[in-house]
Design a protein around this ligand. Sequence first.
Ligand code: ZN
Length: 340
Amino acid sequence: MSLARGVPLVATLKWLALLAVLMALPAVGAPARRALQSGNVTVAYNAEDEAFARTALAAACDALPVLEEALGLTARRQGSHIPVRIEIARRQEDFDQLVGGSTPPWVQGIALPRERRIVLKTLLPSVARTVVAHELTHLLLGEMAREVDVEPPRWLHEGLAKFAAQDFTEIDREVLGRAVVEGRLLRFRELPDAFGGNREQVALAYAQSYTLVRYLHELHPGGGIRQYLQNLALTRDPERSLLRTYGQAPEILEREWLAQTKDAYLKHGLPLSAETAILAAMALLAAVALVVQDRRRRLLRQRLQEEEELRRMFGESSLPDGPPAASCEREPQDPDANLS
Ligand SMILES: [Zn+2]
């Protein structure tokens, strides 16, 4: 490509250099970014978001040990080698600029694993902890998957994110409970498609992904998830990877996982009327017991009153205690009875 005719090359380069410097400077009036750091986690924010930045940093530091343990990073001393930058934005346009594209307004956070960045909107502290841990999971899992050149399944991403964020709510329990009662629990092979289903199926896919990751993590804590990813990279088969990692046939693992889910969440899916019926039966039994007790008390009081009455009539010593004793006196006989 040739330069504009008549413009010397040196002058053009000077202008380009000046332009680059000007672009690197913050815009006039734009607030200067601040940063907080702990270990390898850095949070960048504007002054108005200082409190939220501290909450986000604390949430990341809380979630990291759980994630590093589940991903086997602690044993390999790799956890500290992954730098993470969390960018905080208050306005939608700032958020989109940091993400590098327009996003729907309901998106609260995005993980960009290749850049080792998480972009967050300013949130309520209670929500912030969950969102930070959730996005941090996507970032670390993405980083690990890239190492072995495999794409983690969606159930692993979302289940591990909920696990690390301790984001398992009463709503999740009810979703599982209803699915148990209605016989709609998803099988292992059905999980991927359920994430693209209707609202009810998506909610079930998230809740079951959580129970699956928790189940697998309990089978093989401290790095099982990492081994699963490595096996997935080797076999490219989700079920064979289960067998290689956990040493049991996928059907057995699936049966145990679903049985545990049924046992734990059936009660959350019972219809309200059944619960009400149980409560009503308990209340009825309690009422019957009260009536019986009251009747016994009245009878006892009545008997005591009668005994008191008898005491007054006969005096303490002559109070008959029971049925009259058999008399030793002979019955007066009919004078004519012995006559023949
Ligand atoms: Zn997610």
